[in-house]
Ligand binder design. Structure first.
Ligand code: FAD
Ligand code: NAD
Length: 475
């Protein structure tokens, strides 16, 4: 096998594997080094996203939601089920099979596109050289025209609550429980805390969520966050805001957590605790100090708007660089970099990256929130539409929540779209396309939406921007 490539990608997650495929499509000889091993010790492409993130979490969210509906919502449809039971082992096996299929799929895509997959560890040396150490072999030197660093991120630990892999776990641990905890503590009401807290709540656990910030979902639009919080509390998520965890200690059967909030200091006992307080970039063992790649104070590899690092011919993408830690953000950076390396056009619109939280209610947004527009002194118009007036949402028995459209008061250009309700993650795609084309609220108003669909709620919210909604009273 050759040791010379046009492009060597280090990291086979959604940033790295997409960069490698696009580089190969561009006619460049490409290798992708990835270190991920399954618990059985087998190499597995796909990074955090496929192996222990996006995909397994969505598999369990889907299964647990079906169980919840069968137990609590089918009767409203006139369907009576007796003896609905959870088979957690089967649920976990289904999740594992989906992950295995998708990871093998990337291997297949590499083969089809001519990407050389190298299982093991990559280390960047000066002069665009990479030391590749296979899991079970001698290190080899690779020479590359360009190197793309895509080594991702790892969970942040709390010093007062170090992971023990059994009772104090990270997201990967919480995706793999083999029994439903009676009482689960979740530290951090961010995306992981809410998604995994929802999974185990639906499967029967009491879930206590401790969030340090005073405002729920501080990164989301305030009105949307309020609606979501109301619905989560109704589902029985015991959410404590402004709660700072001070210590945790293992007890005979679980973990005792001490946290402080405005009311004072509290002790609670849980069987298990998931620490989900964010993730940090992963560069351990990656960079030779003489390679010329700069890392900032928070550990992110420094890059410009086109993901060029401080070393010529070395690029960095995905969670290991600034910006939201989202799979699709990393993938698009991968496409941009691979196209730029091939001498083609490449660009990222960082202002239009959709965010989705796959809970019930699903929460999705793109662009700016009302709070951000207010802070920036931008005058805007706002229109909302409640799913309560959507025929499709009613038919689905999922009529809680709303769509909000924000448009510039002068130009009418769309500035932000926010959804809390059924299929929000799918609905937001329309807004993303409209905003990518610098669309206006009127563009959405004049676009014909099929009836009866959830997308009509986006249409009506756009109409409501100019107080012209048909199926709502315009105030
Ligand atoms: P990663 O996916 O972390 O991949 C990096 C790869 O590089 C890994 O395989 C790692 O082993 C390898 N590596 C590291 N160092 C080296 C080295 N020196 N040599 C060789 N290989 C190395 N995002 C979404 O957009 N949607 C979701 O629904 C979503 N759900 C999530 C759920 C959970 C529970 C978690 C934890 C994350 C979720 N995310 C989601 C975030 C998403 O997983 C990340 O944003 C995404 O995986 C980042 O991609 P990446 O390629 O930059 O890094
Ligand atoms: P996050 O940043 O979404 O949330 C972390 C939460 O923990 C915040 O609300 C923060 O205020 C809180 N927190 C921090 N320190 C705390 C402390 N000491 N005590 C209590 N609360 C504390 O991070 P996450 O949920 O760990 O997710 C990590 C990354 O993975 C995110 O960037 C996210 O984008 C990505 N992710 C995305 C998806 C998705 O797109 N659906 C799903 C899961 C994860």
């Amino acid at each position: 096998m050759s040791s010379k490539f046009d492009v060597v990608v280090i990291g086979g997650g959604p940033a790295g594997y997409v960069a490698a495929i696009r580089a190969a499509q561009n006619g460049l000889s490409t290798a992708c080094i990835d270190a991920w091993l399954t618990p059985e010790g087998k190499p597995s492409l796909g990074g955090t996203c496929l192996n222990a993130g996006c995909i397994p979490s969505k598999a369990l969210l889907e299964s647990s939601e079906l169980l919840h509906r069968a137990r609590h919502e089918f009767t409203a449809h006139g369907i009576r089920l007796a003896g609905v039971e959870l088979d957690l082992q089967a649920m976990q096996a289904r999740k594992a099979a989906i992950v295995a299929q998708l990871c093998a799929g990337i291997q297949g895509l590499f083969k089809a596109n001519g990407v050389t997959a190298l299982a093991g560890h990559g280390h960047l040396l000066p002069g665009n050289k990479v030391r590749f150490t296979p899991a079970d072999g001698e290190p080899r030197l690779l020479e590359a025209g360009n190197v793309v660093l895509a080594t991702g991120s790892t969970p942040t630990a709390l010093p007062s609550l170090p992971f023990d892999g059994e009772r104090i776990v990270d997201s990967a641990g919480a995706l793999a429980f083999d029994a439903v905890p009676r009482r689960l503590g979740v530290i951090g009401a961010g995306v992981i805390g809410l998604e995994l807290g929802s999974v185990w709540r639906r499967l029967g656990a009491e879930v206590v969520v401790l969030e340090a910030m005073d405002r729920f979902l501080f990164m989301a639009d305030g009105q949307i966050a309020k609606e979501a919080e109301r619905q989560f509390r109704r589902q029985g998520l015991d959410i404590h805001l402004g709660a700072k965890v001070q210590s945790g200690e293992r007890t005979a059967g679980g973990v005792r957590l001490r946290y402080e909030d405005r009311q004072g200091s509290h002790d609670i006992e849980v069987d298990k605790v998931v620490v989900a307080v964010g993730r940090r970039p992963w560069t351990e063992g990656l960079l030779d100090p003489l390679a010329g790649v700069t890392v900032d104070a928070r550990g992110f590899i420094e890059v410009d708007a086109h993901c060029r690092t401080t070393a010529a011919g070395v690029w960095a993408i995905g969670d290991v660089v600034r910006g939201p830690m989202l799979a699709h953000k990393g993938s698009e950076e991968g496409v941009m970099v691979a196209d730029l390396i091939a001498g083609r056009y490449g660009h990222m619109n960082y202002g239009i990256i959709p965010s989705v939280i796959y809970t019930t209610p699903e929460i999705a947004w793109v662009g700016r929130t009302e709070e951000e527009l207010g802070q920036a002194g931008i005058t805007y118009k706002s229109g909302t539409f409640n799913f309560a007036a959507s025929g499709r949402a009613k038919a689905m028995d999922q009529a809680a929540g709303l769509v909000k459209v924000l448009a510039d008061a002068g130009s009418d250009e769309l500035l932000g779209v926010h959804v809390c309700g059924p299929m929000a993650g799918e609905l937001i795609a329309e807004a993303v396309v409209a905003m990518e084309f610098q669309g206006t609220a009127e563009d959405l108003q004049r676009t014909i939406h099929a009836h009866p669909t959830l997308a009509e709620a986006v249409h009506e919210a756009a109409l409501s921007v100019d107080r012209r909604a048909i199926h709502a009273i315009n105030r």
